[in-house]
Design a protein around this ligand. Structure first.
Ligand code: SF4
Length: 173
């Protein structure tokens, strides 16, 4: 429908280590469907110890980014590996925040804890100030925080079955 409406359309996948071999086929499919762009996001961990993309996998994705973005047929390629790697680094709490449907504010949609709520007295700016005050969100990081074993230790403090309203301050206590 997007193509019929004349929009720029991207086909997106989150790639896990076990499914790396499917990338070329997915790119071909995007081409067959007439997509303008094929977008690859690295999968992230939900708990420390979950499998994440290796540096070798990342180089495969970056090679695809380089070769498929040369002039020629086929969709262009967007990769978080480049965008949130050497280009800008991790954006969480540095360049963006995520507002959930219930107003909860996260530094990144993949992080299972909130820093405030747009409906609270302090609103979005209050949540942003909290994020920006925390050491974890100050320095540039080229490695996704949700793949960083040191950061993922924080997730182990979240009780089993806890809702996404679990706050980062709980973890710091
Ligand atoms: S933690 Fe950073 S790099 Fe990882 S998905 Fe979130 S914004 Fe992207």
């Amino acid at each position: 429908m997007g193509l019929d409406a004349g929009l720029l359309v991207t086909m997106t996948t989150h790639i896990s280590p076990a499914r790396m071999h499917e990338l070329p086929g997915l790119y071909e499919l995007a081409g067959e469907l007439g997509m303008h762009e094929f977008s690859i996001w690295e999968s992230v961990a939900k708990r420390s110890g979950d499998p994440v993309i290796s540096e070798q996998d990342r180089q495969v994705i970056l090679d695809m980014h380089r070769t498929r973005n040369q002039p020629g047929p086929g969709p262009r390629v967007f990769t978080s590996s480049f965008f949130e790697g050497e280009m800008l680094g991790c954006m969480a709490g540095r360049r963006w925040a995520h507002v959930c449907v219930d107003g909860g504010v996260k530094a990144c949609p993949y992080m299972p804890f909130e820093f405030g709520n747009v409906l609270d007295e302090n609103g979005l700016s209050g949540a942003w100030k909290i994020i920006r005050s925390l050491k974890d969100f100050k320095e540039r990081r080229n490695l996704c925080m949700m793949q960083d074993p040191q950061f993922l230790i924080n997730l182990d403090h979240i009780p089993e079955g806890s809702s996404s309203k679990y706050t980062y301050r709980n973890i710091l206590k």
